[in-house]
Design a protein around this ligand. Structure first.
Ligand code: BTN
Length: 266
């Protein structure tokens, strides 16, 4: 059983934001990837706050070139166009603030025990319930636009999860035993997203990073990070001002890592 389609009228009904959800909302029954569509629209000068939502993605993308799989009509697949006045080096903070907004959405609506795994995995019971894909276009020292993509498993039953992700993925339905109105989750997320985005523009990392750390599960832990061309092992000492992970490696050197896949070691 699917909940109503995530159309603009469904989302706008009771939405309490100023920008996000108040500009164009483009709803697809099916598209390749809302992040890919959002890039096209951003290149055609669509403004900050434009929202794209798909019931089904045929080529949903995750980080590190992975696929994002979400059965039609059961999850949230959405992308937002941003045009932030930030330097490109601060872009990782957008991923962190989105993770905070997504985590706090699930906490406030469903009282779930949510943890964030750096940089963008939202975990419940140690399994992934949502992920974020942030993509940027920058020219010299300016960001032209950023696309923030959020994928969240909402009403997906365990049996429908593909075999290869059953051990590592979960959904709101699996965790609570109840179907949930996706539009309500989207509205709460947009409100929190707008709040943290304003804080980020006003005061940079100052309020975002401490908030992120409250929800994170890796500060102080020994981890392995598989980055694109390197693997790092060490203890997490902090998250830096621009959102980078600071890891003390086994030789005592501090490494700043911008992106990668984190595994927590025993
Ligand atoms: C990850 O955890 O690797 C990130 C997953 C991001 C998935 C979302 S779904 C909406 C948007 N469109 C995409 O193709 N990807 C993001």
């Amino acid at each position: 059983m699917n909940t109503p389609l995530l159309t603009s009228s469904e989302i706008r009904n009771g939405l309490d934001t100023s920008i996000f959800g108040k500009r164009d909302i483009i709803h697809y029954r099916e598209t390749d990837s809302t992040n890919t569509r959002a890039r096209d629209l951003a290149e055609r000068d669509y403004p900050e706050g434009t929202l794209l939502i798909a019931e089904n993605q045929t080529a949903g993308r995750g980080r590190m070139g992975r696929r994002w799989h979400s059965p039609a009509g059961m999850g949230i697949c959405m992308s937002i166009i941003l045009r932030p006045r930030l330097s490109p080096g601060d872009a990782p903070l957008i991923t962190l603030m989105t993770a905070v907004a997504a985590a706090e959405t699930l906490i406030s609506l469903l009282q779930l025990k949510v943890r964030i795994k750096w940089p963008n995995d939202i975990l419940v019971s140690g399994k992934k319930i949502a992920g974020i894909l942030t993509e940027m276009s920058a020219a010299k020292n300016d960001i032209r636009y950023v696309i923030v993509g959020l994928g969240m498993n909402v009403n997906t039953p365990f049996e429908i999860l593909p075999d290869d992700i059953r051990d590592i993925a979960t959904s709101v339905y699996i965790e609570t035993g109840k179907r949930f109105k996706r539009a309500e989750i989207v509205r709460t997320f947009l409100k929190l997203f707008e709040h943290y985005y304003q804080l980020l523009l006003e005061s940079g990392s100052e309020q975002i990073v401490p908030r992120w750390k409250e929800h994170s599960e890796i500060i102080g832990k020994r981890i392995r990070v598989d980055a694109v061309s390197n693997t790092f092992v060490g203890r997490v000492i902090d998250v830096g001002r621009s959102g980078v992970l600071l890891l003390e490696d086994e030789r005592g050197n501090v490494q700043s890592i911008i992106s990668g896949d984190v595994s927590i070691l025993a």
